[in-house]
Design a protein around this ligand. Structure first.
Ligand code: DGT
Ligand code: CA
Ligand code: CA
Length: 570
């Protein structure tokens, strides 16, 4: 896997050099090296570890072997970053458009000054591209289609981002003339961690007037289409919104249909068919007669199922569970009794311990764990053993001022490369709650990364593993680990795994949460707050927990302080 990552970086460099118009021999050298690496039977990181000379590989000279070493040690390559900063971002994104490679991108730039997808679409639709050397009418058509796809695929928005704009739009709509109901369906309603677009359903006495009103929303960048019952717009925030007016009589079946997921819809429709019914966005039909569809529960009634919460509608077993009466009673934000991961001024947080505790109390929490970084992160004032003691003393003082919230003394301790921890066991022993985290060496092999984390979990003082896969939504892939092995270790050691509620982490994800639940492993939830307001991220974590089928009993934060302290003793 490491090999593929190295090869991908080399391919990317070759593309960028070519866009820049650099020496074709250098371009070819990178591509050849990438190919060699891809088809190599051995793991590059192991070769380096064993002190093997990489220049013995075909096409790898001294320079490239140094670069391979850099990628394996740091996970990235300064040369790549340099190139990416020199070339306009939009130009690099053109690589995603079907029909375009670096050579053609360079031509588009040189001849037409095109630097991004929008300019490309414009030029293509004006017929300016077909006459360029190496293009043609057919290719121009391919590019036009490719542009639409690249835009659609390239842009997914974090749920939290869509949330702020979506809710604003809904409250605007509800103030509109003749509007009765307005609701966001689609992946947004299923609380998926990212959404492609927003699908809004509205009922209105006068749909046309409603749509006239809709397109006056101040946050609109562009109206794509506007009909009698449908309209599509792009918001200033770049999110696309599809709005549909539907009849009151079929609102429920439309809501079900447009909530999806598609896979869930198809499965439900198949059950209906067996019963001689037809279900679609217009209602539930027996023959040509509409028998119901006003409320969403009509759809489930028609197929003899209880209501299935939107978060579960992925056709991942929810229909079987519903049929067998074992749908989970999903956790809600009100079930969460404390936050188990936050930072203060002691390391890289913005607020003091006292401010964080006071705000947690305002949220109605019974407890909060203060978990600043450990010393390896020196640049952000990670705590060493000595400062940890001082912080503990401060917490004792602050605790005296708060009668109704319990402050847990904690740390987010770094897991070093070999799985040992950044602080001594003596220091960790005095804490109530130890979160261990990987913040470096993301590119270790799966085997090593798994071993590293398991070793940390086996430490008797470690209570949970923060953001266990390290992924950042839309910007960093998860590092490679054997999740099942880690979950087994969690079960055996009594170490928990975290569901980190930061909107760009949401780590563990829905699939892994369900896996944890099925294997009998509980999770701890933490906002990883770096300021007071971040404590509100908990609701994003709860969304993800619900998508992972979690109930109160699956989440450590749903325990009262007494039971919590009990389960923290491993
Ligand atoms: P997204 O926007 O990519 O995050 O995902 P969704 O799930 O919001 O998908 P979208 O916006 O393409 O369509 C909204 C819903 O409409 C989708 O969840 C289910 C329904 N839907 C769309 N196309 C089909 C289809 O071909 N068959 C069925 N049964 N349902 C569909
Ligand atoms: Ca959607
Ligand atoms: Ca849509």
């Amino acid at each position: 896997m490491v090999n593929q990552q190295v090869a991908n970086i080399f391919y990317k460099i070759a593309d960028l050099l070519e866009i820049k118009g650099e020496n074709p021999f250098r371009v070819r050298a990178y591509r050849n090296a990438a190919r060699t690496i891809e088809s190599l039977g051995r793991d590059l990181s192991e070769m380096i570890e064993q002190g093997k000379d990489l220049t013995s590989l075909p096409g790898i000279g001294k320079d490239l072997s140094e670069k391979i070493r850099e990628i394996i040690e740091t996970g990235t390559l300064s040369k790549l970053e340099e190139l990416e900063s020199e070339i306009p971002r939009g130009l690099i994104e053109l690589l995603k458009v079907e029909g375009l490679g670096p050579k053609r991108i360079k031509t588009l730039y040189d001849k037409l000054g095109i630097t991004n997808i929008d300019e490309l679409r414009k030029a293509a639709s004006q017929g300016k591209i077909r006459s360029l050397p190496g293009f043609g009418k057919k290719l121009e058509e391919t590019i036009l289609k490719g542009v639409v796809l690249a835009k659609k695929e390239g842009r997914r928005f974090k749920w939290s981002y869509a949330n702020s704009f979506g809710e604003e739009l809904i409250s605007f709509l509800k103030k509109g003339p003749s509007v009765k109901r307005a609701e966001i369906a689609g992946s947004y309603r299923r609380k998926k961690e990212t959404v492609g677009d927003l699908d809004i359903l509205v009922t209105a006495e006068d749909p046309e007037a409603m749509i006239d009103y809709f397109v006056t929303f101040p946050g609109i960048k562009k109206v794509i289409s506007k009909g009698q019952t449908r309209s599509t717009i792009i918001l200033e925030s770049d999110i696309q919104v599809d709005l549909r007016a539907v009849d009151e009589e079929c609102y429920g079946s439309a809501l079900h249909y447009f909530t999806g997921s598609k896979a869930h819809n198809i499965a439900i429709r198949a059950i209906a068919q067996k019963k001689g019914l037809k279900i679609n966005e217009y209602g539930i039909f027996k023959g040509d007669e509409r028998i119901s569809g006003k409320d969403e529960k009509d759809v489930f009634n028609a197929v003899d199922l209880p209501f299935i919460p939107p978060e579960l509608r992925e056709n991942r077993g929810e229909i079987e569970a519903a049929r067998e009466g074992r749908l989970p009673e999903l956790v809600t934000i009100n079930d969460i009794r404390g936050d188990l991961h936050c930072h203060t001024k002691w390391s890289d947080g913005k607020h003091s311990v006292e401010e964080m505790v006071a705000f947690s109390r305002e949220l109605g929490y019974e407890y909060v764990a203060i978990t600043d970084h450990s010393k390896r992160l020196a640049m952000i004032k990670g705590l060493d053993e000595e400062r940890l003691l001082l912080q503990a003393q401060e917490i004792d003082e602050i605790q005296k001022k708060f009668k109704d919230i319990h402050i847990l003394k904690g740390i987010e301790v770094d897991i070093l490369e070999d799985g040992s921890l950044d602080l001594s066991n003596e220091a960790l022993k005095m804490l109530d709650f130890v979160v261990a985290a990987v913040h470096s060496k993301f590119k270790l092999s799966k085997k090593k990364q798994t071993k590293r984390i398991i070793k940390a979990m086996e430490n008797p003082h470690v209570n949970t593993i923060a953001h266990p896969t390290g992924r950042l939504i839309g910007s960093r892939e998860a590092y490679e680990i054997d999740m099942e092995e880690i979950l087994r270790c969690a079960r055996d050691t009594g170490c928990f795994l975290e569901l980190n509620a930061q909107p760009d982490r949401l780590d563990l994800n829905d699939i892994n949460l369900k896996l944890a639940k099925d294997m009998g492993v509980r999770v701890t939830m933490g906002t990883d707050a770096h300021n007071r307001d971040n404590l509100l991220y908990m609701r994003f974590g709860v969304n993800q927990a619900r998508r992972g089928w979690l109930e109160k009993k699956d989440i450590v934060n749903c325990l009262g302080i007494k039971e919590l302290l009990k389960v923290l003793k491993k």
